[in-house]
Ligand binder design. Structure first.
Ligand SMILES: [Fe+2]
Ligand SMILES: [Fe+2]
Length: 363
């Protein structure tokens, strides 16, 4: 039997509850743009749409624990370093070469805006596709506010900016509204066009359930990897040597980072809830939710760990030569830049290896 406490917050919320901001004493204004979230009377920042969403996620997690079910954990040791790293970015900016850092910040803001696609994920009839009921779980709230709140946080909503606008504000504060490399958007769009329809990994389960699990695993990984981006953003933008607004720009990244917490938490809760259940296969048999969720996480993580550092490097290096050419001593600067590169090799295990391979999960 379990010792975990029974959740003290309710387990069932309305769509309105999960999108509710509550009251703020002061709104968040990012470089003149009204953004989501705001400040309480004591000056602390509270993320948008979290007055009920945060206690709700806590309660669903407590319910999992009370049932002795695992909450999925992704090891932070897996995170690849940001490219260019903090030292490389500061070096370039100190030498008047800001283009690669402005480029990196712009890519981050655009990718944040893409996060709104989470609202297009189709949630199939989970009570038909899972053996155990979903009432009172985060799964029952995915299309009842959780995906929508997430989408609004990333891309903004109505007259309020979201993470896209907040990253732009951080960039523009630190670098005083720099010129944006004109090819940034084209390159990102080109990358999107190459994305192909994924092969089905679990053809026995309902296609929409498989695709929802795949999308959630992918977004969860992106959200966790963002930790590295926040550390980098704060370190670079708070450096008074190169930033025109070290406090305001780094604080902005801190607010975004705070807002990401509920994203990571509801996604890992919902995936854990599927992992704790039994999936009805299309052929009438049943499959372990854990096997499906872990296999999806393993495959997605392996792929991201292989591709992401390479992609980020090639995006950052686009235009690097042209940018360096503007420096006083381009060759010496390039040499120093290369010498500061972080050495990194992808970890051998993801922590979600199929049991049959006998792989050992990292701590
Ligand atoms: Fe975000
Ligand atoms: Fe997010």
């Amino acid at each position: 039997m379990t010792q975990a406490a029974i959740p003290d917050a309710p387990l069932i919320y309305t769509y309105r509850d999960l999108l509710d901001d509550g009251d703020y004493s002061e709104p968040l204004i990012a470089n003149g743009v009204r953004c989501h979230g705001g400040f309480l009377a004591d000056g602390s920042y509270r993320s948008p749409r979290t007055i009920h969403r945060t206690p709700a996620i806590d309660a669903w997690q407590q319910a999992l624990r009370a049932n002795d079910d695992d909450l999925i954990e992704l090891s932070h040791d897996l995170l690849p370093p940001q490219y260019p790293n903090v030292e490389q970015s500061v070096l370039l900016c100190r030498n008047g070469v800001r283009d690669p850092v402005v480029r990196a910040l712009t890519i981050i803001s655009v990718v944040e805006g893409f996060g709104a696609i989470i609202r297009d994920v189709i949630v199939p009839d989970l009570d038909a596709l899972l053996v155990e009921p979903t009432e009172g779980s985060s799964l029952a709230h995915l299309s009842e506010g959780l995906f929508e709140a997430h989408a609004r946080d990333e891309a903004g909503w109505g007259d309020q900016g979201g993470h896209k606008q907040m990253w732009e504000a951080a960039r523009d504060l630190a670098f005083e509204s720099p010129e944006i490399p004109p090819d940034v958007l084209m390159r990102i769009m080109g990358r999107g066009r190459r994305a192909r329809k994924r092969e089905r990994r679990h053809p026995r389960i309902h296609e929409k359930l498989e695709s929802m699990i795949g999308m959630m695993a992918n977004v969860l990984i992106v959200e966790i990897f963002a930790e590295e981006v926040f550390g980098w953003g704060k370190a670079v933008l708070s450096n008074p040597e190169i930033s025109a607004a070290p406090e305001a720009a780094a604080a902005m990244v801190g607010y975004i980072q705070t807002d990401e917490k509920p994203h990571v938490e509801y996604l890992r809760t919902a995936l854990s809830e599927i992992a704790a259940r039994t999936i009805r296969a299309e052929d009438g048999a049943t499959l372990s939710g854990r096997d499906v969720v872990h296999a999806t996480l393993h495959a997605t993580l392996s792929q991201v760990l292989r591709n992401r550092p390479r992609e980020q490097r090639s995006q950052a290096r686009a235009g690097l030569d042209a940018a360096l050419a503007g420096a006083a001593k381009p060759e010496a600067l390039r040499e120093e830049f290369e010498s500061l590169e972080t050495k990194w090799t992808p970890p051998e295990c993801t922590g979600f290896e199929p049991a049959t391979q006998g792989a050992v999960a990292p701590e």
